[in-house]
Write a protein that binds this ligand. Sequence first.
Ligand SMILES: *Cc1c(COP(=O)(O)O)cnc(C)c1O
Length: 418
Amino acid sequence: MHHFTDRGGRLFAEDVDLSALAADVGTPVYVYSEATLRRHFRVFADAFAETETLVAYSVKANSNIAVLKVLADEGAGADVVSAGELHRAMKAGIALKRIVFSGVGKTRDEIAAALDAGILQFNVESAPELHLINDVAAAAGARAPIALRVNPDVAAGGHEKISTGKKEDKFGVPWSAARALYAEARALDGVAVKGVDVHIGSQIDDLAPFEAAFSKVASLINDLRADGCEIDTLDLGGGLGIPYGEGAIPPHPDDYAAMIKRVTAPLDVKLIFEPGRMIAGNAGVLLSRVVYVKEGEEKRFLIIDAGMNDLVRPAMYDAHHDIRPVAARTGDKVPYDVVGPVCESSDRFAKDRPLEPMQAGDLVAVMSAGAYGAVQSSQYNTRALVPEVLVRGDQYAVIRRRPTFDDMVSLEAAPDWL
Ligand SMILES: *Cc1c(COP(=O)(O)O)cnc(C)c1O
């Protein structure tokens, strides 16, 4: 459930009229609902209330410092995948002992920064990474707390570009190598084995692949313990899907939690989760204004002022986003291709989407854009990075301002010889 609602034919974010917000801040703009962020976090955390659990929000889904502060205030930890995300999490006040570090390509400098900060756990994705962490920690006279991210070879994820738990994916330690790598890890002086980690993909709308993966991991933990390895934490990753207005309705966190309790109760481990999309996805919309309605020979195009550089999900993952007029329009629906101004044919938000007849100047809200939206935005076509706004009740604040053209070129320099 989210707090973007229709009030008498006008779309509101909590108690803020989105037309008024757009007139004030300009478009395109991302708008987030603080109440929705908090609500989603609580629904997830409450589902595991009786179990010792850390909910480490996946920072890459939406890494704005204000969003992280809202979640820190709810008691969230953070799952980071770069030193930059670690910097953000620390800046937002997320407790270091609630931060886990994931990702296949952690560099020496990133490992050193996280070790120095004193994070809870490194989720290690390969043998060479394990040895690099060991080297960095041993040189500092420390022991790095680690879990191995294992690849359970389970197919999952709404799109091949977001599946991460099959053996042909780059993620995690191959299933057949996991037990031996744990034995290797235990012999190292610079690491302390804490647990097991798994993350099988994103936008998963079915409990079956989760259950298949988690059951395999549970049996691995039993094997590891039989080998004499202490396992205290079990990180089950993120990946729970959200409703995008089309396609399957993903499981409710309560059902997800019931399944997990059934599978993991005998293990007596502290659970860690890394949800991203489930917290932020439906807490944000991308607000955009219609620039032109263009009648093509075979198509009617709604050309809006947001582009694929602002929200890349439709172009990159063929993702569906509902598109709503911000002020209700009348008349029979007609099909529109909703496109942006970027000079790429893939700059399209929707194909043949039935909408009430729209006019230049009308506002639309691209729904469910709170996760993997602003974080993937770019300045392609030298379009200003899209700003972000946070709403609380009837107030709102700009939490990332729109850069000026001078801001945009300020990191560039011509060499002396020009
Ligand atoms: C992306 C990612 C997540 C978050 O996935 P969601 O689908 O947004 O919940 C969690 N853990 C890891 C390791 C990830 O790469």
